[in-house]
Ligand binder design. Structure first.
Ligand code: HEC
Length: 99
């Protein structure tokens, strides 16, 4: 039996605007780009995406010397100015792959 959680609440329309910048690496379809080290985001648990975005933003993740990919992603969270922006972009990611 699957434990379903309530989806993250956010403004997917506003999130779509933010996501145009994420798409450069993670793809418009959210399927990722191995050559850039950017994983698929689509299909991932939304609460996990929120946690990781906060971890990058707090510099808990991606702040190690030599962690080039992590550092790139950490820098990207600059455009996510607050928790609402994080929820918005993740709400949009939730829509990827759906009708
Ligand atoms: C410059 C390329 C680039 C851009 C632009 C970018 N990312 Fe990333 N992202 C990465 C890379 C590389 C990683 C993998 C980091 C690592 O190896 O720890 C990553 C990792 C992540 C993760 C963690 C995934 C996991 O499974 O743990 C999330 C969530 C994420 N990105 C979301 C976003 C969002 C949302 C945006 C737009 C605001 C964005 N990314 C923009 C390159 C990028």
């Amino acid at each position: 039996m699957f434990l379903r959680r309530t989806p993250i609440e956010g403004d997917a329309r506003a999130g779509a605007q933010l996501y145009t910048q994420c798409a450069t690496c993670h793809g418009v379809d959210g399927l990722g780009n191995e050559a850039l080290g950017a994983p698929a985001l689509r299909g991932q648990n939304d609460w996990y995406l929120v946690t990781q975005l906060k971890n990058f933003k707090q510099r808990w993740r991606g702040n190690e010397n030599g962690d080039t990919f992590g550092q790139q992603m950490m820098a990207m969270t600059q455009i996510l100015t607050d928790d609402a922006a994080i929820n918005n972009v993740v709400s949009y990611i939730n829509t990827l792959g759906r009708d």
